[in-house]
Design a binder for this molecule. Structure first.
Ligand code: ZN
Length: 91
């Protein structure tokens, strides 16, 4: 789990997601399933904290580690989530 503070945090992970051709499946608003490198799927959750911070958690090993890591699953899910959130605001 990590708190997203800037888009710069995602840069490397987004490049990796593109290389891996990660597939993002919409489960519900804020919950996505992203394909891993072995064709398995990981659940990524994007939530708002009490102070409005963006909290992202991924079920993969990197996402579970003590050090907050931005895995490519999170980056792939976030790119979809941000688009959906924008649509909701304008709808
Ligand atoms: Zn992950």
């Amino acid at each position: 789990m990590f708190i997203l503070e800037s888009a710069a945090q995602l840069e490397k992970a987004i490049i990796k997601a593109r290389k891996q051709r990660a597939t993002v499946k919409f489960i519900s608003f804020g919950v996505y399933a992203v394909s891993g490198s072995k064709g398995n799927f990981y659940t990524v959750k994007c939530e708002r904290g009490t102070r409005g911070e963006r909290i992202v958690s991924c079920a993969c090993k990197a996402g579970q580690s003590v050090k907050p890591l931005v895995c490519f699953h999170s980056a792939a899910a976030l790119s979809l989530h941000v688009g959906l959130a924008r649509q909701r605001q304008t709808a």
